[in-house]
Design a protein around this ligand. Structure first.
Ligand code: PRT
Ligand code: ZN
Length: 284
C-alpha cells in the first residue's frame, strides 16, 4: 500500500481529491480518520497540514506527498519532485507600499521584510548581495507594512488582489509555484514503486486531457484537404467513410481554447454536423 500525504483542508485539498478521482482512485465519501485507504487502488491517504508534508515524506512517514512547490523549497527537506501537477499555481514575490519609489532590488538594503517564507527569502537576498531584516510572521503578512511592522513583504501572490487591497505593489517575483508530487530519497520497495509508476501514469493521462476536446464532423470528400489543413490535431485526423460515399467523417483532438476559431473556419470550409465531446483521459 503506497501512502500519499495530502493537505487535510485548504487550497490544495479539493483539486488534489479531484485529481485522484479523475485518476480512477476512489475513497470513502466521509473522511473519519487521518489515514484513509482507497476502495479500489493500493494507496492510502495520510491527511496532514501542508507545512508537514515535505517532512513526512523525507522521514518516510509517507511514501509520497502532494504539496505546493513553495513549501518544498521552504522546508528544504530531502525530497525530490516526481511530477508537476499544474494546479494551485502562484508565485512568491516581494511587494512594497504603492506610494514608495522603487529603484530595483537594492531598495531592500537595510529594510525590514515580513514573510512566512524566511528560507527562500534569505536565499534570494544572499544571491543579490542584500542585507535586510527578515521578520517572520505566520498569516496576514500583507498587513505588516500598513501597521508599521515592516517596509515590505515577501508572500504568495496569485491574482494580486490581496496586494491591491492592502495598497501594495509587487516589485520582484522570486519563484513560481504549483502543486507537485514529491518522493523521498530512498528507493521504494518494488511493489510500492509499481503502484507509484501507475499513479504517475494516470496523473499524466488526466493532465494531457485537460483543456482538450474531441471533435467529429461530416465533410464532403471534395472538401477534405481544405478541412484537414485547418485541424491543428495532435497527429493526423482520423477519416472514416460514410454510407453516402461523397461524404466522410473526420475526427480530431483540439485545444478547447481554439474551438470557436477552428469551428468557424471548418464550417466555412464545408464541414457539417460538428460535434464536440469531452475527453476524460488521454493515454499516449
Ligand atoms: O492549514 P494548512 O497549513 O494546511 O494550510 P495553509 O493555510 O498553510 O495553506 P493554504 O491552504 O492557504 O494554501 C496551500 C497552498 O496553496 C500554498 O502553499 C500554495 O502552494 C497554494 N496557493 C495557491 C496559495 C495561493 N494560491 C494563494 N493565493 N496559497 C495562499 N494564497 C494566499 C496568499 O497567502 C495571499 O494571502 O492568498 C493571498 C493572495 O492571493 P491573491 O489571489 O489575492 O493574490
Ligand atoms: Zn500551511
Amino acid at each position: 500500500m503506497l501512502r500519499i500525504a495530502v493537505q487535510s483542508k485548504g487550497r490544495l485539498y479539493d483539486e488534489t481529491m479531484e485529481l485522484l478521482a479523475q485518476a480512477g482512485i476512489k475513497f470513502p465519501a466521509v473522511k473519519r480518520t487521518l489515514l484513509v485507504p482507497s476502495r479500489n487502488f493500493p494507496v492510502e491517504i495520510l491527511y496532514l497540514r501542508d507545512d508537514d508534508i515535505p517532512d513526512s515524506v523525507a522521514t518516510g512517514t509517507a511514501d509520497v506527498g502532494i504539496v505546493g512547490m513553495n513549501e518544498v523549497l521552504e522546508k528544504c527537506q530531502r525530497v525530490k519532485v516526481l511530477h508537476q501537477l499544474g494546479y494551485s499555481r502562484c508565485r512568491l514575490s516581494l511587494a512594497i507600499p504603492r506610494d514608495v519609489a522603487y529603484d530595483g532590488v537594492k531598495w531592500f538594503e537595510g529594510k525590514k521584510i515580513a514573510t512566512s517564507y524566511p528560507r527562500i527569502l534569505k536565499d534570494f537576498l544572499m544571491r543579490n548581495g542584500i542585507n535586510a531584516d527578515i521578520h517572520v510572521i505566520n498569516g496576514s503578512v500583507e498587513i505588516a507594512p500598513g501597521i508599521g511592522l515592516a517596509d515590505g513583504i515577501f508572500d504568495i501572490v496569485s491574482s494580486g488582489g490581496t496586494l491591491v487591497s492592502n495598497n501594495l505593489v509587487e516589485v520582484e517575483k522570486v519563484v513560481d509555484s504549483q502543486a507537485v508530487l514529491i518522493g523521498g530519497d530512498c528507493q521504494l520497495p518494488d511493489e510500492k514503486q509499481k503502484v507509484l509508476n501507475e499513479l504517475i501514469f494516470r496523473f499524466k493521462a488526466v493532465k494531457d486531457a485537460d483543456g482538450k476536446k474531441y471533435l467529429l464532423m461530416n465533410v464532403p470528400r471534395e472538401k477534405l484537404d481544405e478541412v484537414v489543413a485547418i485541424l491543428p490535431g495532435i497527429k493526423s485526423p482520423t477519416i472514416l467513410p460514410l454510407a453516402d460515399e461523397n461524404w466522410c467523417s473526420v475526427h480530431s483532438v483540439i485545444e478547447e481554447a481554439n474551438f470557436w476559431d477552428v469551428a468557424t473556419r471548418l464550417k466555412e470550409a464545408g464541414a457539417e454536423g460538428i460535434l464536440v465531446l469531452d475527453i476524460m483521459k488521454m493515454v499516449p
